[in-house]
Design a protein around this ligand. Structure first.
Ligand code: MN
Length: 709
């Protein structure tokens, strides 16, 4: 292997650099040589070869002088006695910050397994987002380490290759540096799947001659046609890189002998207009495969990649993939963010061009929001580093979301308020289910309702952590509020029961003290814990009561308090309860009812003579009454047992419609002893309707029993 020397770097830099810049590179080289003196790599080479190679990679990428100098110095703090302070004194603040960033990342490397990978990654991102050049040095460092991985012990090879595939290759991709991405992927594959790697390598060798002839034939045909239209273009055909062939083989379960699938052609022209012209020529020459055309010129990828992609049925009846782009697009396609050091004079981290890297901003936001390293890692891996879909708002604004995102993710990406009030979605004008997976190009419209609220089930299918966090927040907040109101009601009830004993007690103040005694941060959290049953209201009251007072049961409920109605029920309290009806008795308006405060769920309404009442904790029973002004209909399930006969069902359903009720569902079983057990689901509003219906049904011949279930 050719050993890179400092002169290779200097020769390249001299024509484009000032004498001061050259001298600082020289100084860094001499310093690095001095402090790494005597160290060797596992390959047996002097250690210095590594920083020089890294610096050379950075030079070839046309990075700026501070980055190249950082390449030379990137391991000195980690592996020698040098300190950051020393670097700063010798090379200035900018380079010291860069070296420090790279060092911080290195320190966390390879400790083992997921947790460490995650931790590394977090550090990496934190360092990166301060200065993008840190990650570019790190990528060059990783690239050289991967190229020389053969000297590592086997278990380290696998760990390093996996980490490279998980983190560094996707990062290179996100930064648009596709040549580093491809090389890292191929090298990872070599160590992670050695048999598959060798297999691909061998087969590619076998088809060598055939492949070259095929490529030349295709190029010739394209060239002829471009000439005819007087378009100058650089046409090339090449193999896809190993890892993408491997992925293709796994995904489509094909063999490499289908070589045409592993070739890609590229046409580079002068102008954007020519790109589309060439596309037209190709499509009139060969039939395009529907769904395979992609216009990344009109819609660039988030890493700034631009190109036209199409797949056509080629001259020999095979699928061929063709990319068409301009020279400038090609530069960015290969070098990504690094291409900007070439074109821009003043390169700072605030450079406009970095703002294009929307995902970096995303990552910066995430690192503040997500504390747990593992969660952060998987979030970034799944959302930021995964592929995206691009969809539109009704106003035509482009929104980028991870693959698999749903209308709910879309809604939350617009605004939390839109997400929280979402009840439905239209895609391209048609209503879709909320779990619909958005596709690039979809035009998404969210239907909201002011009474809507997030549904817990959404958590099962949302893709973005923003949506997930916001839904969780809402649910948590809501159940906290519910628990506070329940806790308050429970407390007020027992306080009312002990009204006279508590006459001289400052309840508010005492509550604060008791909350403190129970180690709660504030009174609301304390009251919420009474609401969900962690602490009983009696326990609290006993603390509040003056020592000499003996408690005695008082069985009076308060009346005439400001009340509020929910689901047709008025609760003796102004609090915002969730109301549900006991499945055991399912009371209807008109019946006597009583409320039971359930842990964390609100108030369950029971019929006053429900058989379960005696078993319930009397402390949690509260007075409730029907709200006469409410006309809310509920679906009541009715179980009717009858002797089975012809025409029974018809007569029963007639009875239901005679009373003017609406049946929403029915379910009938027949028993072995000739009985029909029918379940009717009927919309009802009051117990008088129920009574009427029972009377009617009882008149149907053969009916034995009727009950609400
Ligand atoms: Mn290194």
């Amino acid at each position: 292997m050719y050993r890179v020397r400092i002169n290779d770097i200097l020769d390249k830099l001299m024509p484009v650099s000032s004498p001061e810049e050259i001298s600082i590179v020289n100084k860094a080289y001499i310093y690095s040589a001095k402090v790494h003196q005597g160290q060797t790599r596992l390959s047996g080479e002097p250690y210095l070869v590594h920083p020089i190679t890294v610096a050379k990679i950075l030079t070839d990428m046309s990075m700026d002088i501070p980055t190249i100098v950082t390449g030379l110095l990137h391991d000195v703090v980690e592996d020698t006695y040098t300190t950051i302070e020393e670097i700063e004194k010798m090379f200035g603040k900018e380079i010291a910050v860069l070296v420090d960033g790279v060092t911080k990342i290195s320190k966390l490397e390879f400790k083992s397994k997921q947790q460490k990978v995650a931790e590394n990654f977090r550090k990496l991102i934190v360092a990166t987002t301060n200065d993008i050049r840190v990650i570019i040095v790190k990528l060059a460092d990783r690239l050289h380490n991967m190229r020389t991985l053969e000297f590592m012990p086997e278990h380290k090879q696998i760990a390093i290759a996996q980490e490279t595939l998980d983190i560094y290759a996707p990062l290179a991709n996100r930064l648009g540096i596709s040549w580093i991405k491809s090389e890292l992927e191929d090298l990872s594959l070599k160590y992670l799947k050695p048999a598959e790697y060798e297999n691909i390598k061998r087969k590619i060798k076998e088809i060598h001659g055939e492949k070259d002839k095929y490529i030349n034939d295709v190029i010739k045909i394209i060239r002829r046609n471009l000439d005819y239209y007087k378009i100058e273009g650089d046409i090339s055909g090449r193999m896809k890189h190993f890892y993408s062939i491997y992925k293709k083989m796994v995904k489509r379960n094909i063999d490499i002998s289908q070589i045409y699938d592993i070739l890609a052609f590229r046409i580079i022209v002068k102008t954007v207009q020519e790109c589309y012209q060439v596309l037209g020529i190709i499509h009139s020459l060969w039939k395009p495969i529907p769904g395979r055309f992609k216009d990344f010129i009109a819609m660039p990828k988030s890493n700034m990649y631009q190109s036209l992609h199409t797949t056509v049925i080629g001259p020999f009846g095979d699928f061929i993939e063709i990319q068409i782009r301009t020279e400038e697009m090609h530069k960015i396609a290969e070098e990504g963010i690094a291409a900007h050091w070439l074109y821009k004079e003043n390169k700072t981290k605030d450079d406009e061009s970095f703002k294009v890297f929307n995902w970096l901003r995303q990552v910066m936001e995430l690192k503040d929001d997500i504390g747990d390293a593992n969660q952060f890692f998987s979030t970034v891996k799944n959302e930021v580093l995964s592929d995206s879909v691009y969809v539109f708002t009704p106003a035509g604004e482009l929104i980028e979301l991870p693959v698999g995102a749903t209308p709910i993710d879309f809604a939350y990406s617009i605004h939390t308020g839109v997400g929280n009030k979402c009840i439905g979605a239209k895609v391209n004008g048609a209503i879709v289910p909320l779990r619909y997976e958005l596709k690039t190009g979809d035009r998404v419209e969210i239907i909201t309702s002011k009474n809507a609220r997030p549904n817990k089930d959404w958590l099962q299918f949302v893709k973005t952590s923003k949506a997930r966090n916001k839904i969780r927040q809402f649910i948590k907040k809501e159940s906290f509020d519910t628990n506070v109101s329940i806790g308050k009601a429970l407390l007020e009830k027992v306080i009312a029961e002990h009204k006279t004993e508590l006459e001289n007690v400052n309840i508010e103040k005492s509550l604060r003290e008791v909350a403190k005694d129970f180690n709660f941060v504030d009174v609301d959290t304390f009251i919420a814990s009474i609401g969900y049953g962690k602490i009983s209201a009696k326990q609290v009251i006993n603390r509040l009561l003056p020592e000499d007072v003996k408690k005695k049961e008082v069985k009076h409920f308060k009346e005439d308090k400001k009340s509020k109605s929910f689901t047709g029920v008025i609760i003796d309290d102004e609090s915002n309860y969730m109301v549900n009806f006991g499945k055991c008795c399912n009371p209807l308006p008109g019946e006597d009812i009583i409320g039971f405060i359930t842990r964390g769920k609100g108030v369950t309404i029971h019929s006053a003579n429900c058989k379960n009442i005696p078993n319930l904790d009397p402390e949690r029973l509260i007075q409730v009454k029907w709200d006469d002004s409410s006309a809310e209909k509920r679906i009541i399930k009715l179980k009717v047992i009858a002797k089975d006969r012809k025409g029974l069902l018809l007569e029963m359903t007639n009875a239901i419609s005679d009373v003017g009720l609406n049946m929403t569902n029915v379910h009938i079983d027949t028993t072995e002893d000739g009985r029909a057990v029918s379940f009717f689901y009927i919309e009802m509003q009051s117990s008088s309707e129920y009574k009427l219906l029972v009377n009617k049904l009882n008149k149907v011949s053969g009916v034995l029993s009727i009950e609400k279930v």
